[in-house]
Design a protein around this ligand. Structure first.
Ligand SMILES: Nc1ncnc2c1ncn2[C@@H]1O[C@H](COP(=O)(O)OP(=O)(O)OP(=O)(O)O)[C@@H](O)[C@H]1O
Ligand SMILES: [Mg+2]
Length: 266
């Protein structure tokens, strides 16, 4: 039996998100940002998990005094998009001003989840074709909401990710610094690290990186390789969040080191 936390030993395990059957229904029933917000607001275990994760991020020495976070994972389907959007929603519930950005130009999701046109987004901003003001849209999670703080979103845009290597990254970093001044927290969703280079490029323009690790499918070597690829960027890895965590299978969240084992002996 292999403990996955060996690969994360240097970094804090920042939080645990329970497996929630309702989220699994997303693909069957369609999915929107507002539907996810409704689910979080009426599922205390989810709300608590994301509140705890936000506190963990805020208290992280590696991140202080950062604002912008790349949400990524080693492999596809570990929950990056769900975690990034749920964190954005929870932070806005807590009264923060939040900017949620879709950094996955290969599988963009935010424009359709928010019901906005995907004309101008991160791609156009990075390519110098658009100003931030044209790409950022204020978004109401609920009609007549008293709960939500202020959430703004930026779609992925219409460009394919092929242009990313040619981007002026120092200019992009400056744009993200401005976002950090304007918003309380900035969350940037991304493709998986081991599949394509995009997340490594985007990792250079944020203040910190949050690694999503799927409790059911995570592979010890994949997490190690992802970390090895992230480290040379120099952006601090704030920590990891274990997604789809089930205490019956993976141990109690306060004692994950004892309970959480992965795979067969290697
Ligand atoms: N805590 C959870 N409980 C139940 N289902 C979840 C949870 N987190 C994510 N899922 C489901 O797992 C699937 C993958 O999630 P998501 O799309 O967020 O992953 P991803 O890492 O962004 O994938 P990709 O690599 O394709 O971008 C989705 O169907 C989502 O609804
Ligand atoms: Mg995704």
């Amino acid at each position: 039996m292999i403990i996955i936390f060996e690969q994360l030993a240097k970094h804090e395990m920042l939080g645990f998100v329970p497996a929630v059957a309702l989220i699994k229904q997303r693909e069957r029933d369609g999915w929107s940002l507002s539907a996810l917000a409704r689910m979080i607001s009426k599922t205390p275990e989810l709300r608590d998990a994301y509140d705890a994760l936000l506190s963990g991020i805020r208290l992280s020495a590696a991140f202080d005094p950062g604002k912008s976070i790349l949400v990524t994972s080693a492999q596809p389907n570990e929950g990056k998009t769900t975690v990034a959007s749920s964190l954005a929603i929870t932070a806005s519930f807590a009264g923060q001003s939040v900017l949620l950005i879709d950094g996955d130009m290969r599988r963009p999701w935010l424009a359709s989840a928010a019901g906005i046109a995907d004309g101008i987004g991160l791609g156009e901003l990075l390519d110098g074709q658009a100003e931030a003001g044209d790409a950022i849209h204020p978004f109401e999670l609920f009609e007549n909401s008293q709960e939500a703080g202020s959430l703004s979103i930026m779609a992925a845009g219409r460009k394919s990710s092929a242009f990313l290597p040619a981007v002026d990254w120092s200019k992009a970093r400056t744009a993200f610094r401005l976002f950090s001044q304007r918003f309380g927290i900035v969350l940037l969703d991304s493709p998986p690290i081991l599949a394509v280079n995009d997340a490594l490029l985007l990792g250079g323009i944020v203040d910190g990186i949050l690694l999503v690790v799927d409790a059911g499918s995570a592979d010890r070597d994949a997490v190690r390789r992802a970390k090895e690829q992230l480290e040379p960027i120099g952006t601090p890895i704030i920590g990891a969040v274990l997604n789809q965590f089930d205490p019956k299978i993976h141990g109690r969240p306060n004692q994950p080191y004892r309970g959480y084992y992965l795979g067969s002996p290697r």
